[in-house]
Design a protein. Sequence first.
Length: 628
Amino acid sequence: MRLIECLSEVYNSTMSNISVLQTLHDVFGYSTFRGEQQAIVEHVTTGGDALVLMPTGGGKSLCYQLPALLREGVGIVVSPLIALMQDQVDALKQLGVRAAFLNSSQDADETRDITVQLMRGHLQIVYVAPERLLMSSFLSLLDEIEQGAGIALFAIDEAHCVSQWGHDFRPEYRKLTVLHERFPQVPRIALTATADAPTRAEIIERLQLENARQFVSSFDRPNIKYRVTQKGASQKTSARQQLEAFLESEHANDAGIVYCLSRKKVEETAEWLKSRGWDALPYHAGLDARVRNLNQRRFLREEGVIMVATVAFGMGIDKPNVRFVAHLDLPKSMEGYYQETGRAGRDGLPANAWMTYGLGDVVSMRKMLDSGDAPEERKAVERQKLDALLGFCESTICRHQTLLRYFGEQHPGDCGQCDNCLSPVDTWDATQAAQMALSCVYRTGQRFGVVHLIDVLLGRNTPKIQQFSHQNLSTFGIGKGISQPQWSSVYRQLVAGGYLESDIEAFGGLKLAESAKPFLKGEAEVWLRQDSEVVATRKVSKAERGSRAKEGYEEVADDPLWHALKAKRMELAKEQGVPPYLIFHDSTLLEILNQKPGSLTEMSQISGVGQAKLERYGDAFLEVLEDR
C-alpha cells in the first residue's frame, strides 16, 4: 500500500511539473526557467508563502503570474504605480491572459465593469494599488471573491516600499499585514529587486513573513557595464559634454535614461540635448501631469528616445530595451543607484551604466540630507548610505564586486564589464594611511562613525573626544599629515574594499572585517584610488554616431533584415497602440533573425513566442523572412 502511495506522489509531482512547463511554454513562450524561478513557482503554486529578491530584469513577474494561472481563482497583485499596472496588463493581454487593473486613472464605469468581471471569476490576474486594496469596501469584495471564484494568491510587488529606511517608502505597505490576518489560507509572495539585509528583515517583520521561504537570487547584472568618471576636474569639458561624448560613441540611436538631481537641471539638460540633435524629453514631478504622461508614453512606444528625469521617473517602467542609464548627479544611496541602473538592459542584452560625479554633488547631497525633517537617527543612516555610494565611486576594484558586496553577496572580480577592470586606475600607496585608519577604528572600540574617527586622527579636542577620553589614545593626532577630505576618501574606500564593515543599524559605526587583519599588521599593502583629471573626449560628428556597434549587435547593426523585423514590430505596435517591446523583445527578434524559422512550428521554438503571440504575429514575421 505504501509503495502505491509513493508511486502516486511521484506521478502527481511529475504531472505537476509537466503542467508548469507546458503553461510556461504555451503562455510565455519559454521552454526553461531562469535561476530560482522554477523553485519559486512550484513553492507558491503548492500554497507556500515566499519572499523573493531578484534583480531587475531577472524575471520576478513570472514568479507570481505563472502560479496565478496554475492555481484556482484570481491572482491579486499589489503594485505601487499606475504605469507599472498598465504596462503589465498590456503585456499579459498580448499573451492571451485575462488581466485587468484597478486604480485612480479609471472612471466609475470602468471600475464597475472590472469589479463585475472579478465577481464572476472572469479574470485571472488583477493589479491594484495598496491604497485601494486597504479600503474596507474592497476588502469586503475580496471576502466575497474568496467565497466564490477564489483568490489564487496575493503578490506584493516592490516590497521594499515597506521599509522606513528605503528611498521608496510607502506607509500603506505597512498595513498589508491585513492580507495574512484576513486571508490566512491564501499564499503571499513579496518581491523586490532592492533590499539590503536590514531592509529584508524589515520586510519580513512588517509583512508577517517569518514563515515564508526566502529566495535570494544573485544581484549581479553581468550584461551591464559600470563606469564612473569625475566631473569637470580639468575644467576642459562640462558634464554635459562628457555625457554627449558617451552617447555619440556608443548610443547614437538608443533609448536611455539620464538622471539629474533637480527639476531645473532636468529641463536644462533635456533642452541642451535637443539643441544638439538628440530626441530628449524631460520628466519630473513639477511638470503638468498631461506633459509627464505624454513624455512617458513617447519613451515607451517610440525607438531611440532619451528621458532626462529626476528619480520621480523609473519605478514600474518595464521597457526592456533601455540600453543605457546615465547619472549626471549622485543618487542618494547604493540601493537607489542599483535600482536606477537596473532599468538598463532588462532584456539581457549589453547595456551601460555611466555616472559622472564631483565634490559639488557630495556637498549638495549632504545639505539635502541635513536640512530635511527626518529624525536624526534616519539622517545618520542616510549619510552612511551616501558614504557607501561614494566609496563605490572611488573604489579601485571591480565595480560588480563592490556593488554586490554591499548587498551581502560575493563576486570574484575581474568582470571585464566595468571601467576599473577594463582600464588602469591611478592609485597611491595608502598602506600607512590604512593602518592608521584601521588602528583608530580598533582603539576606539569599533563603534564610532567616520566623523569621530577623523577627529581622533587629526587630533581635534571635541567634546565627544573628551567624553570618551580618546585624546589619550596612541592614534590621537597621528594623521595630521592627511587632510580631512582625504581621510574621508580613505575610509570610504576601505569600506568599499571590504576591510571595514558599516553597521547601519548602529547608525554608521565602523568595525574591522576579517580581511583587515593582514593590513593592520603590516603584512600586506593597500593601494587606493588617486584623483585624476577628466580627459576631454574628441567631438564626434553626427555622421559618425553609432559607428562603434555594441557587443551583441555587431553582426546585425547594418543587416537589412534586422531593420525589416524591427519595422514590422513597430507597424504592429502602432496598429494596437502598444509599445513595440510588448510585441517581441529585442532578444526575441535577434533569435528570429539568427534562426530564420521557416514555419509556425519552428517559430514556436523561439524564446518569447507563446501560443497567443504565435497565432497573432507568426505569419507576419514569417512573411518578412520570406521576402528577404
